[in-house]
Design a protein around this ligand. Sequence first.
Ligand SMILES: Nc1ncnc2c1ncn2[C@@H]1O[C@H](COP(=O)(O)OP(=O)(O)OP(=O)(O)O)[C@@H](O)[C@H]1O
Ligand SMILES: [Mg+2]
Length: 600
Amino acid sequence: RMTGQETIYFADDFPEPVKSLNIDAGIRSCLSFSMVVDGKGYGSLVFSDSAPTRRQWNHGDIETLRTLARLVATAATRANNIEQRERAVSGLLLRDRALEGISQGVTITDDKAPGTPIIYTNPAFAALTRYTLEEVVGRGPLSFFDADVAPRIIERMAQAAAAKKPWRMETSLKRKDGTSFLDSMVTTMIVDQKGDITHSVTIHEDVTEVRQREELLLEAQKMESVGQLTGGIAHDFNNLLTAIKSNAEDLRDDLKDSPILQSQAEIVLEAADRGAGLVAQLMAFARKQELQPKVVDVNALLERFTKLLRSTLPAHVDIDIRNVARLPAIYVDPGRLETAILNLAVNARDAMADGGTVTIETSLKTLDADYVAEHIEVQQGDYVLIAVTDTGTGMPADVVERAFVPFFTTKEVGKGTGLGLSMVYGFVKQSGGHARIYSEVGLGTVVKIYLPALDQAAPSEDQPANGNKAKPGTGSILLVEDDPIVRQSISGKLTRLGYQVVTASNALDAIETLKSNPHFDLVFSDVIMPGPMNGADLVREVRRRWPAMNVLLTSGYTESTVLGKVTLPADVHLLSKPYSNSELAKVIGEAICGSSGDTA
Ligand SMILES: Nc1ncnc2c1ncn2[C@@H]1O[C@H](COP(=O)(O)OP(=O)(O)OP(=O)(O)O)[C@@H](O)[C@H]1O
Ligand SMILES: [Mg+2]
């Protein structure tokens, strides 16, 4: 196989640069064989002679050396081949290790064999499907799919085979134990020289959790945008209703002499009240209701509240209260918490037409990093959990999904507005907690509300004694309001209720008035006012100078006004607009008499 040519050189005609090197080394003549194997050159083998006379290379020499050269060339070729093969093998081993080690599942099918069996799989795919490697090899890929999706997959495979292009698919794959996971697959076909598909390589990835998380995020975003829309509408209606209510009330009060007109004003007022009720629930859902949070002992609140619940629920519904002995306190609006629990209890009642049990359980729950990972909108930490469980009809999954959405109801017209759970959701969210529904058709429902636990234990329920100075309807009020029309209207109402009223048009004015006469029974101020001080600042200043003074704030919409731009001083009552004359009378009376505004 060696077709090398031999050449004899003498010192005179050595080619440069060999010439001077050789002559220096005393070499006078040499015989060179070029080594070429299968047309590929491997170099030359050179025999040198240093005899001072020209060496006579005879035929015998040449033959012997040519054989030697041939042997050397063959050995060199062989060594080269082995090295190449070793390199190839270690490349294969590396690819093999990579396939065995990657976290995605890999399957290779033999597409020429009937049923296109899997001929290779890696440990990741075995782990995904909970089969052993041996169990996977030999199976047809279709055996991993549910019977109802198999036809769709066969169709996709055929389309992909015709196009010879990689294809993707996301579908559920069955595990050995019967459970399934959402598999994201990419399949690439291997084509031989003739263009026929010989094998298919598929990469598998379990995307169950990723997709679930995406869905939760979408759900949260949807609730967020519905909340914004609702809040915007509610805000505008709130303003309109305030005007309607206030004017209808004045009409009713002033039309004593014409009973027909008076009763019409009454109808307007009733309708406005109903509207205000709806708007309040919408505001609650939109997390824009005015909350008056207090440090609350949930167990004590439930104990008091059970009496009211008992009278709301029919006799064939049992109430079971289960409390964990020592619970941390929470900081929420107690009145709204009661409304939320009442809404849940009423839903439970409606779901148990034939009777059953409502269980209200409280406990301390730590929501850890794992829980938070699954429920994106939740903050890690300690929560007081209030779980309201019923033994009623339960809800199918699609009802659970929409139950918190405002106006979603399955009840007949007139029976439900679909705002009960929306209020619960908004209230809990606004209080820094979160709400969840678990329901099983035919078994019942549990709604869990988590409210952030305070670092302190619940306070004792004794209210501090209060130095009452006045009775409702007597006493003097300093009314602070910048809008002259509103100021006049409220002043008139307060006067009609029996109070002596002095007015101020801004906070500085009010302070000046107080300096000359600090003996008012109440400072009643709007929150948002032009000038250097708003209502909240005024309250702080009044408390600093005249600590015993009663104060009461009033405000309309709170989104950015009260809760965003202004920080309310602790424990100050806020009368939210729109309010009725009777509400005004009640709240003013409470503020002056110091009896707590607790509805419980
Ligand atoms: N405990 C429960 N058992 C079964 N279904 C429930 C339960 N709670 C709520 N639902 C379902 O969720 C829907 C929405 O409840 P939600 O309290 O928001 O409104 P509603 O009860 O229909 O009306 P509203 O509370 O405004 O009177 C209900 O119509 C009902 O289908
Ligand atoms: Mg309801």
